[in-house]
Design a protein around this ligand. Structure first.
Ligand code: HEC
Length: 166
């Protein structure tokens, strides 16, 4: 067993990663990996379980997410994904929750400023989605984002030192 792992290391093969977001029924669980990453480096998100995080924007969102505080509004169809991971005692990265914010057409979700909040567990199962499964349990996402937002369409952004500069 140990020999096998050493052999894997030596051949540069990826270590096993205990996450299956790609098993999710939601396409974002697979698609986000190809979106634009706006984080220059993973940073610790204290508001999302004190895990390491990066921020990825789909093509619609990527047009404007880099404006950060000057964003004004996210157009409908924009999705921002925030994958999180922790480092285990073994020094290995373990994927945690995948957080998603999707801007829907105006009027879709007046209670959340037309944002749909989704969380996908490491095994690919859905923790919940506003307007969908466990909708009520997901409103805390909106409550915090709406409460902290200052004319940024409920987006809160990572701290400046972690942002990718063009
Ligand atoms: C207690 C406040 C709080 C709660 C609760 C919260 N967030 Fe966040 N969220 C933030 C802050 C602050 C940021 C930006 C900084 C960071 O990530 O640490 C952020 C960033 C994000 C981003 C990246 C887009 C952006 O705002 O720049 C997504 C996606 C996201 N959150 C989704 C969620 C989802 C889904 C939930 C619920 C499961 C949730 N958040 C719950 C505070 C919160």
């Amino acid at each position: 067993m140990i020999e096998m792992m050493e052999a894997m290391d030596a051949s540069g093969q990826a270590q096993p990663i205990l996450a299956s977001w790609s098993e999710s029924d939601r396409a974002e669980g697979r698609d986000f990996a190809a979106w634009t990453n706006f984080a220059a480096t993973p940073y610790i998100s204290f508001t999302h379980g004190e895990r390491f995080a990066t921020n990825h924007a789909n093509p619609v969102a990527a047009e404007v997410y880099g404006l950060f505080e000057d964003i004004g509004e996210m157009p409908a169809g924009g999705i921002v994904a925030k994958p999180t991971f922790s480092i285990g005692p073994d020094g290995q990265a373990y994927w945690e929750t995948l957080f998603l914010m999707e801007k829907a057409e105006a009027g879709t979700s007046p209670d959340t400023n037309d944002w749909i909040y989704t969380a996908i567990m490491p095994d690919g199962s859905l923790m919940g989605r506003t307007l969908g499964a466990n909708s009520d349990g997901m409103y805390f996402c909106a409550a915090c984002h709406m409460g902290m937002s200052d004319n940024t369409d409920d987006l809160l952004f990572m701290e400046e030192q972690y942002r990718l500069r063009n």
